[in-house]
Design a protein around this ligand. Structure first.
Ligand SMILES: [Zn+2]
Length: 292
């Protein structure tokens, strides 16, 4: 099923490293330096087992709505048009090929699990999900709640994309400041929830690619915010793990925009022209998709 302007001509599948599904975990507001400082053991272990960088960078502006829209459309904020910290149907400046729709055109399902929205935002949340072509569950308040709600799907959905958004560190960062004691506790809660995801999907399984990243940092320009070009606001951890991933460093400066192309490359789906990012193919043992 496709909508005019959002459809892709069917193209042959690309070679893949046996990956059938991608579990994408967004650790909202998790600064890379929080991982060693607060002893986030599960996140650190995942980074060590897989391919990772603690010097990834998010989009501009470094706010959740823009970063999530970029993850879901593959497009930069300039292109998808969502440039503030407010969820709405964006006014795009060019054709968009939302990741779940592109996957659906190749027969692959997508499911998203996000924190419960305030009641008045639930209709718009579902409209945005339908707009990008995914089923969304808005349930629970914390990363732990979200993993509990997602557990059945993590067991049953063996192909396509499963997106989990963990809100804890960002919420507490706004309330109490980035790197505060309360932030440390929230970051540990997200870490424990990530540990549950890893236990569920297993990192030795070559058919599942796990991608964990933050959507932005925080505490750069202001202790309780993250919307600036300060490196502490813009720098994010990016981690790929799973049986298909080579244990190596990702390039510093790996962009959040490289994640959607990586999801597609891992699943053997061609990358639309509207995606400016570059698939992290070396970490997956795939040849580069960029023409020399
Ligand atoms: Zn925020």
């Amino acid at each position: 099923m496709s909508t005019a302007g959002l459809s892709l001509p069917p193209e042959p599948m690309l070679p893949t490293p046996n990956v059938r599904r991608v579990v994408l975990v967004v650790l909202d507001g998790l600064r890379p330096d929080a991982i060693p400082r607060f002893d986030l053991v599960h996140t650190a272990a995942l980074a060590k087992q897989g391919a990772s960088t603690m010097f990834g960078r998010t989009v501009n502006p470094s706010v959740t709505a823009c970063a999530m829209a970029s993850l879901l459309t593959g497009a930069s904020p300039e292109r998808h048009g969502l440039q503030g910290d407010r969820f709405h149907i964006p006014r795009a400046t060019g054709p968009l090929h939302p990741l779940p729709r592109v996957l659906a055109e190749h027969g692959l399902p997508s499911t998203a699990f996000l924190a419960r929205l305030p009641l008045m935002f639930i209709p718009i949340g579902h409209r945005i999900a339908a707009h990008v072509g995914t089923k969304a569950r808005f349930a629970g308040r914390s990363a732990q709640d979200i993993v509990t709600v997602a557990q059945k799907t993590l067991r049953a959905q063996r192909e396509g994309l499963i997106l989990l958004h963990f809100p804890d560190a960002d919420r507490i960062g706004h309330e109490r400041g980035w790197m505060s004691d309360a932030y440390a506790a929230a970051a540990r809660d997200m870490d424990a929830a990530l540990g549950r995801v890893v236990t569920e999907v297993r990192t030795d399984d070559p058919s599942t690619l796990i991608i964990a990243l933050a959507d932005h940092g925080g505490g750069g320009a202001r202790s309780d915010h993250h919307n600036s070009d300060h490196p502490l606001d813009r720098t994010i951890p990016v981690i790929l793990a799973g049986g298909a991933v080579r244990r190596e460093a990702l390039p510093n400066g790996t962009s959040l925009l490289d994640v959607p192309p990586t999801v597609l490359a891992a699943l053997g789906v061609p990358q639309p022209e509207s995606y400016p990012g570059v698939a992290l193919t070396a970490a997956l043992g795939l040849p580069s998709l960029v023409a020399a």
